[in-house]
Design a protein around this ligand. Structure first.
Ligand code: GAR
Length: 210
């Protein structure tokens, strides 16, 4: 089976990117990162990629007239690198249906809450404001909505009375670094079977060509 070629989209620090790189280097995930793209020229994720010899590109939103031309530029880079799976690792933009259709069923996102609770850009703030006792993170397929696609993996963490956004984010992030590479591994092993909203995880010996 040819190796999956990942295109990782980031907006900032890139700690999830780092966890994916490390999982690939350990041999846990049989994929290669074909390119890392950030929507900001100074995203630290780009430096992380370059330091590992991974092609990295900035596609800066404000340099494009509208979302359509911006997304077309993203797609040009992804197609140019032969990307087969798009991984949103802290990419803080909602992609339009045009982009989602171009990689239908082949876009994964990590969100720092237990979806469908607290979608959007301020998950930890929203979770603390609501007073939940448990939060966590979700890896899901991307559909046309915001943080609404079929759920692949989730992990829960306790919310403590003394938590701030930062302490809760740090606790959740540890779990993100565990379940995101795991979800990518399951995808590359063709072990994710989607039926409507439900993603079934096939046993290791039942994975196969998609
Ligand atoms: C992560 O916590 C990720 O779940 C979140 O941004 C952070 C990026 O950190 N994503 C979202 O909130 C998307 N709505 P990282 O750059 O260190 O991976």
């Amino acid at each position: 089976m040819p190796k999956e070629k990942l295109g990782v989209l980031c907006s900032g620090r890139g700690s999830n990117l780092a966890s994916i790189i490390e999982a690939i280097e350990r041999g846990d995930v049989g994929a290669e990162i074909a390119v890392v793209i950030a929507d900001k020229a100074d995203a630290y994720a780009l430096e992380r990629a370059r330091a590992r010899g991974i092609p990295a590109a900035a596609v800066v939103r404000k340099e494009y007239a509208d979302r359509e031309t911006f997304e077309r530029a993203l797609l040009d880079v992804l197609h140019g690198r032969g990307v087969t799976l798009v991984v949103l690792a802290g990419f803080m933009r909602v992609l339009s249906p045009v982009f989602v259709h171009a990689y239908a069923g082949r876009i994964l996102n990590i969100h720092p809450a237990l979806l469908p609770s607290f979608p959007g850009a301020h998950a930890h703030r929203d979770a603390l404001a609501y007073g939940v006792k448990v939060s966590g993170c979700t890896v899901h397929f991307v559909d046309e909505g915001t943080d609404s696609g079929p759920i692949i993996l989730q992990a829960a963490v306790p919310v403590l009375e003394e938590d701030t956004e930062e302490t809760l984010a740090a606790r959740v992030l540890e779990q993100e670094h565990r379940i995101f590479p795991e979800a990518i591994r399951l995808y590359t092993e063709r072990r994710l079977q989607t039926d409507g909203r439900t993603v079934r995880i096939l046993p290791a010996d039942e994975g196969g060509p998609s």
